[in-house]
Design a protein around this ligand. Structure first.
Ligand code: 13P
Length: 338
């Protein structure tokens, strides 16, 4: 493992004022997003949409890395330029989602396990040759009656650690993403408790697998109330609880923490990051690695029409700038209007 090279990539991803765009929706997930805006989901419409976002001038200003889906990393823009080269030209590091989604965990009563390890050692060199210098693997945990089980916490942590070790062996910085879903009626306390448990197990497995924490990035959920819970924790409470659980369960050696948005409103995702940056109690650089909270607005603005490309690009630039300011603790609600 070339740890110095991994550390340099991780540091570039965590550059002050920049964050990560997760544009790695699977074909199924992006179809759900396109259904909302009435756009037919084809390889061409996915390409056209992503090309607009990747060519946005905001990329060079606010985005350090973009997580791509397998289809996208091999795709070319309308003029024949590989989409990953458009990012490279803007100084943005291409990354790749390498997990293959989830399936039911046997005897899991609703728990899921993330797939994709079997051929990973053969796939990573191909992605590296195409320019990818970081990767993502997402483990998903739902809070419910008896969920998550110990087996789900353990099996997913083990898979994350095997993935992360393989990435580092191939010169790729792993983004390690254990996501506690915010769907459901659980309290903010329950989210905090399960987040602590999942993080603890993940770092134990990372240790056993020999993963260098200095050469990886953690992508956690924030500690929020379940969407259907009667009481919703406020922004200051979310920031405090999230940093409390991370400080207690994620080693300071980790190169950076880049949050997922998880279905929060665009403004909540930004406000929570800003509140955490202002607390100044994190031992790691903090930033965003959002999909929905960066892309819902441009997708609505685009609506599948080429003549809306500039509006979509502007909508993306606005969210990217808001989140860049938030990562520095310099955002305020008034800036949203401008
Ligand atoms: P969201 O920001 O929409 O949660 O997506 C981030 C991500 O990459 C999930 O794996």
């Amino acid at each position: 493992m070339d740890l110095e090279a991994l550390k340099a990539i991780a540091a570039a991803l965590m550059a002050p004022g920049k964050g990560i765009l997760a544009a790695d929706e699977s074909a199924t997930t992006i179809k759900r997003r396109f259904d909302l805006i009435g756009v037919e989901c084809t390889a061409e419409s996915r390409r056209d949409y992503r090309e607009i976002i990747f060519r946005s001038p905001a990329m060079a200003d606010f985005i350090s890395g973009v997580i791509l889906y397998d289809e996208t990393i091999w795709q070319e823009a309308a003029d024949g330029t590989p989409l990953s080269s458009i990012l490279g030209a803007a100084g943005v590091i291409p990354g790749i989602k390498v997990d293959e989604g989830t399936e039911a965990l046997p005897n899991g009563n609703g728990d899921v396990i993330t797939k994709g390890l079997d051929h990973l050692s053969r796939r990573l060199p191909k992605y590296h040759a195409r320019g990818a210098r970081f990767a993502k693997w997402r483990a998903v945990y739902e809070i419910g009656a008896g969920l998550p089980s110990h087996n789900a916490i353990h099996a997913n942590a083990h898979a994350l650690a095997r993935y992360a070790a393989l990435c580092q062996a191939h010169g790729i910085v792993p983004i390690v993403e254990p996501e506690i879903l915010m769907d459901g009626g659980h309290s903010v306390e329950a989210c905090q408790e399960v987040s602590a448990w999942a993080l603890d197990e993940v770092f134990r497995e990372l240790y056993f697998a020999g993963v260098a924490l200095e050469g990886m990035i953690l992508k956690p959920n924030m500690v929020v109330s379940g969407r259907k819970h009667g009481v919703q924790a406020g922004r200051a409470e979310v920031a405090e609880r999230t940093l409390a659980v991370l400080r207690a369960h994620a080693p300071a050696a980790v190169a950076g923490v880049a949050f997922l948005s998880g279905g929060q409103s665009d403004e909540d995702a930004t406000a929570h990051l800003d509140a955490m940056a202002r607390l100044k109690t994190a031992p790691w650089p903090l930033t965003f690695s959002y999909s929905r909270a960066l892309q819902a607005a441009p997708q609505r603005a685009w609506a599948g029409r080429p003549e809306n490309a500039a509006a979509a690009s502007a909508a993306f630039a606005h969210r990217a700038r808001m989140n860049s300011l938030a990562s520095l603790g310099q955002w305020s609600p008034e800036l949203e209007a401008g």
